[in-house]
Design a protein around this ligand. Structure first.
Ligand code: ADP
Ligand code: MG
Length: 616
């Protein structure tokens, strides 16, 4: 039965035209989209020379009859939408009817397809857009599409292809996106004859994530409890508090199983993690949003990656709620962080170690591919040595997760302080470098960053104070005069109440000046104006939508860090014990207000392994 028809001219022009095929990864994206739309349960992707020589996608989906096989190569030929109304509620991955003709016009193209019960299928060959051969096809039901020598007839475009390595990294990342969002479909990726991924179909998303990203990423993830808000369903896996990345490359987000990049979702993630994430860092997420197709418009970008939500606030709130639900149910001691030095990796000292030494080699490749993707063309390949975790560090630090009983909190902005039900017993052994407190636990060695821990404790104490009576303040002997620019004058004038909650008492003093009468007691600085300048910066960078409570929190986080306990303050055992107890009384004990870990653990098992007492 023939299912494909030509779109009306009017409808066709409503589908914004654009470049569909910019590189091999885009061809893979379009072909695999088609396979999934055709209901395939197994999709195989073969590439040669990074996809520049060959891309072949085979599936066991519905297949096409002879007429449709021809029709599919016509511009704007699609079986997926018919009317203008359909465009407002797209549920398939494809809908433009542009991919196959576009790909066929820039490659040596072969389409072989057979419907399940058809006696014979059809095979069509097209070279640079011109039909060159037609045959019956007797292969397995489903569809095989090959694009060889991409851009062979458009030298100008071929020149823009990067190295095979880079093109393959993009293909591989595209493959990951599909595989993560379709775990119930089996996927295979073959590169130059070698199997890179062979992923069986599974109902277990975490198993698929592990298959794609490795054990070390998977074990740092927590499940997002199903969250439904404003008609939006959010599920998936996200990293625990205290783990972050310097870029967005491991922030996978999907909308109705389509990979999307959305400011509303990113914003929701950031808000949801709140102080568990330091500025400029991004969480690792595999987040799935589902909502009715009428609630968004995907038809804004030819690559269908961008999305416009009709109510982006609702999306943001649903994401915040989901992240909050996930984080409030789990806490864990961090495994510590390893300073990677690769420029492509761009890790900062705050990046936790995710890769134990034994799995470095295989994972390093994965991570490099993951982290270089989407950051624009990658010109240089990174010599492996640069990616290696410093041996001494990698040898020692192993990720250990300690799942603690669930804590409950009311809302992301006003969490109820709740201590973990069980406080682990630690015996303090000593302090290293006047900074790291070494402790013995039942499971091994635990280290606490006393500065980060103190920041967390102070942060939560002050936030509580701010929510109630305000941060205690101290009258200045002599009031200070603060001269500011007209813009800053405006900013401060509008936020005097928030400042008062923070223990800063200031009032307008005419002529773009303020009189400052009192400052918070915690302040340890010689120059209070220093703090005020920080505060103005913070006000200026906060968006107008930021709530005063959030603004206060941000200011506490910034100022506490700068003006609280110094790393090399000498603390005695009772003080250390108090710090530890206070830390465990915190709502989020495992990271400082900027998202850095406060505690790191090395298990006895790992120590035994390192000392050769047990076979690894
Ligand atoms: P779109 O996906 O936007 O509809 P394409 O050019 O990608 O446009 O594909 C055109 C049509 O060809 C699709 O609508 C579908 O009917 C058919 N088609 C493409 N690939 C496959 C496939 N792997 N299996 C079955 N049908 C396919
Ligand atoms: Mg398509």
């Amino acid at each position: 039965m023939s299912r494909i028809r030509i779109l009306s001219e009017a409808l066709a022009s409503q589908v914004a035209a654009g470049e569909v095929v910019e590189r091999p990864a885009a061809v893979v994206r379009e072909l695999v989209d088609n396979s999934l739309d055709a209901g395939a349960t197994h999709v195989e992707v073969h590439v040669q020379r990074g996809g520049t020589a060959l891309i072949r996608v085979s599936d066991n989906g519905s297949g096409m009859d002879r007429e449709d096989a021809f029709m599919s190569l016509e511009r704007h030929a699609t079986s997926k939408i018919r009317t203008k109304e359909d465009l407002t509620c797209i549920s398939t991955l494809g809908f433009r009817g542009e991919a196959l003709p576009s790909i066929a016009s820039v490659s040596r193209f072969r389409l072989a397809t057979r419907e399940t019960h058809a006696l014979a299928g059809a095979e069509v060959e097209v070279n640079g857009g011109k039909l060159s051969a037609v045959r019956d096809y007797g292969g397995a039901p489903g569809t095989v599409i090959e694009a060889r020598s991409l851009f062979y007839n458009i030298p100008a475009r071929r020149k823009f292809l990067r190295s095979e390595q880079t093109e393959f990294a993009h293909v591989e990342q595209q493959f990951r996106l599909h595989a993560i969002s379709n775990s119930q479909t089996a996927f295979t990726l073959v590169r130059d004859g070698n199997v890179v991924f062979h992923l069986p179909a599974t109902h277990d998303l975490l198993a698929r994530i592990e298959g794609i990203s490795g054990k070390e990423v998977a074990r740092r993830l927590i499940k997002v409890p199903e969250t439904i808000l404003h008609g939006i369903r959010v599920t998936g896996y996200i990293c625990t508090a205290g783990i972050s990345r310097p870029n967005k490359q491991l922030q996978f987000t999907f909308l109705n199983n389509r990979s999307v990049d959305s400011a509303a979702v990113s914003f929701g993630l950031r808000e949801g993690y709140h102080t568990a994430l330091m500025k400029g860092q991004y969480p690792i997420t595999f987040l799935f949003l589902e909502m009715p197709p009428e609630a968004f418009d995907i038809n804004v970008h030819p690559a269908k990656k961008e999305v416009r939500f009709h109510n982006s606030n609702a999306v943001r709130e649903a994401v915040i709620e989901a992240v909050k639900n996930a984080l409030s149910g789990h806490s864990s001691i961090s495994s510590g962080h390893v300073p990677f030095s690769s420029s492509a990796y761009q890790a900062t000292e705050h990046t936790p170690a995710l890769i134990p030494e034994t799995e470095q080699t295989s994972l390093r490749r994965d991570w490099t591919a993951l982290t270089t993707w989407q950051s624009g063309p990658v010109e240089t390949e990174i010599p492996p040595e640069q990616n290696v975790v410093p041996a001494a560090v990698a040898e020692i630090i192993q990720p250990i997760s300690v799942a603690l009983p669930a804590q409950q909190s009311e809302s992301v902005l006003t969490p109820l302080p709740a201590a973990p039900a069980t406080i682990p017993k630690f015996r303090i052994l000593g302090v290293l470098n006047k900074l790291y407190v070494l402790m013995e636990s039942d499971d091994g060695l635990v280290m606490m960053d006393q500065h980060a821990a103190h920041e967390r404790v102070l942060f939560e104490q002050m936030r509580r104070a701010m929510e109630h009576d305000g941060v205690p303040s101290q009258r200045l002997l002599l009031p200070l005069t603060l001269q500011v620019s007209p813009r800053d004058y405006d900013l401060l004038s509008r936020n005097l109440e928030t400042l008062a909650k923070l223990g800063i008492e200031a009032e307008p003093f005419g002529n773009n000046a303020f009189k400052v009468d009192a400052m918070p007691t915690f302040l340890k600085t010689d120059d209070p104006l220093d703090l005020l300048r920080d505060v103005i910066d913070e006000l200026a960078s906060a968006s107008s939508k930021t709530s005063s409570l959030r603004l206060g929190e941000d200011m506490i986080a910034t100022t506490v860090c700068r003006h609280a306990v110094k790393a090399n303050d000498y603390l005695r055992v009772p003080e250390l014990q108090k710090l530890l107890d206070d830390l465990y009384a915190c709502e989020m004990p495992y990271c400082c207000p900027h998202g850095r870990p406060t505690l790191i653990q090395i298990s006895n098992a790992e120590l035994d392994k390192k000392f050769g007492r047990r076979a690894p």
